[in-house]
Structures are given as C-alpha cells and as structure tokens.
Design a protein around this ligand. Structure first.
Ligand SMILES: [Zn+2]
Length: 279
C-alpha cells in the first residue's frame, strides 16, 4: 500500500509512533540520555520476508542511536537470508529481490558479502575475510546488544541504566549445525516463541525466549533465532561481566554504544567491545 497516497495510513503510523514516544519519552538504547525522537522496530522489519512483521516490540529511540541502525539492519537482514535451504517460494523471491535492493541502496554493505567462491552446484558461498569479517561481526554484535536492550525494556518495564553491561554474541548457521552452541543455553531456553501469535505471526522467522530474575540482581538473558540463519545470545546485568572475548566472538558493550557507531571502523569495534569490561 502506498503511504503517500493514503492519508489514513499516515495517521495510523504517526499515532503508533507518538504513542510509543509518550510511553517511552527517553531513548531506551542510551540509558535515557537523549529524548526519544522516533519509533524503533526491534527486530527491524527488514528481517522479515516481504517486510511483513507482526506488531509489537516497538521502542523509543533518539536520532543519534538510530542513525547507525540503517547499516546494521541492512547487514543483519542480509545475514538472516543466508539460510542453508530456502524452502518457500516467498523466501526465494524475497532473497532475490532483497539482494537487488541491497546492491542499489547499500553498495558498501553489498561489498561485504562479495567475498567467497562458487560451489560445484552453482551456489555462491559467502566467506568474508580479514577486515570484512570483522565488520560483519561488529554489525552482528551491535544488533544482538540492541535486541537485548529492547527485550530488557519489554520484560523489565524500564530501560537499562548506565551501570548495566551487555554481553552480546551470535552463532552462524554453520556453527549451529556443527553443535557449537553451549548446551547450557538450551537448558534455560527450551520454548522460544514467535514475535506474535495469530494471523500476523512472524511464524518461525524470529523466535525468542528470555530469562529475567528481577530485583535486586537485575540479571537478564535472551536467546533468539532468526530463520535458520543465526541465533543470538545476550546477557544484561549490572557491573562487570566475566565473559570471554576472543578474536571474533563476543562483545561487552555499555548502554549508549550505538552513538557514533561505524561498523566499518574495526579499531572502534576492538575498543567498544571491551568497554563493558572496564570500571
Ligand atoms: Zn539514544
């Protein structure tokens, strides 16, 4: 539907955005340092086939935190379509359409996915190397942490304050099939649910489950999967986190990490992913 030629649709859109900004007047991604300037869908619409996303999980975000999400979302939406076997015609059509749009609208991001080789069956296998691999990890870690802050707001009913630390990690489809996800994660999370039930459900495209122990410890964990392409593991808690950060796995951010984030800046990633480990 064309929003410009349908004033009624614009009304609905503005009302939802206004409603969210009234309910969440401070940005939930930078510990309320800035006022909410717009509404953020988290997970973003671009993740879903034909951008058809069920309602729910909308948040107040400031302009500074929102700006870097454009590139991050384009990278994550591409990653979400790198599934081993797209089964449905809608999925296959969506991947083709999406790839064309990516090349036209986000040529820098499209370049990230150009490293790889053509397999004997004619399929192209993406294999990012060197700095491009680091850039992908940076965008994915940022997405995981953003999703964590969004779900924390949803479950705890408040935004994560400045003393909170966010551990973000993800597993690719290949790592999932090679059983590289720690068993401990599945002991806690055995019943992930889709974004919403009913006719507008996001089906199995996005499934998530959370654990929150409330006051006084404020310990929060999420597990989410996006199609069969990747899954995320995020822990939010006050003070220092004792998680391991290796060459390409894991980041411990502080709220506000989205401000000025540039996924292309590999040095920035190396610095920011350790910010949460410092006093
Ligand atoms: Zn903000």
């Amino acid at each position: 539907m064309d929003l410009v030629s349908n004033p009624h649709m614009i009304d609905i859109k503005q009302n939802l955005s206004q409603k969210i900004r009234i309910a969440q007047p401070r940005c939930i991604f930078c510990a309320g340092q800035e006022a909410s300037a717009q509404m953020d869908h988290c997970p973003p619409k671009a993740l879903f086939t034909k951008k058809q996303r069920a309602k729910g999980l909308e948040f107040g975000i400031c302009n500074a935190c929102h700006q870097p999400t454009r590139d991050i979302d384009a990278i994550v939406a591409t990653m979400s379509r790198l599934m081993p076997e797209p089964r449905l015609d809608a999925e296959k059509n969506d991947i083709e359409k999406y790839a064309k749009g990516l090349i036209n609208n986000h040529p820098n991001v499209a370049n990230l996915f150009s490293d790889g080789e053509t397999l004997p069956d004619g399929n192209f296998q993406i294999q990012a190397k060197g700095e491009n691999a680091s850039r992908m990890h940076y965008a994915m870690h940022a997405f995981c942490a953003r999703l964590g802050l969004a779900l924390y707001r949803e479950k705890a009913g408040k935004f994560a304050s400045e003393n909170m630390r966010i551990y973000a990690n993800y597993y690719s489809a290949q790592e999932i099939y090679q059983n590289e996800i720690p068993d401990a994660i599945f002991k806690v999370f055995h019943n992930p649910t889709p974004l919403a039930a009913g006719r507008n459900s996001s089906d199995n495209q996005f499934l998530y489950d959370t654990y929150y122990d409330g006051n006084p410890t404020d310990y929060f964990v999420i597990f989410a999967s996006v199609r069969e392409s990747f899954c995320t593991f995020v822990v939010i808690q006050p003070d220092l986190l004792e998680f391991e950060i290796t060459s390409n796995k894991g980041a411990v951010f502080r709220p506000g990490f989205l401000k000025g984030l540039d996924y292309r800046d590999v040095e920035q990633w190396q610095r920011r992913r350790r910010e949460g480990l410092q006093e």
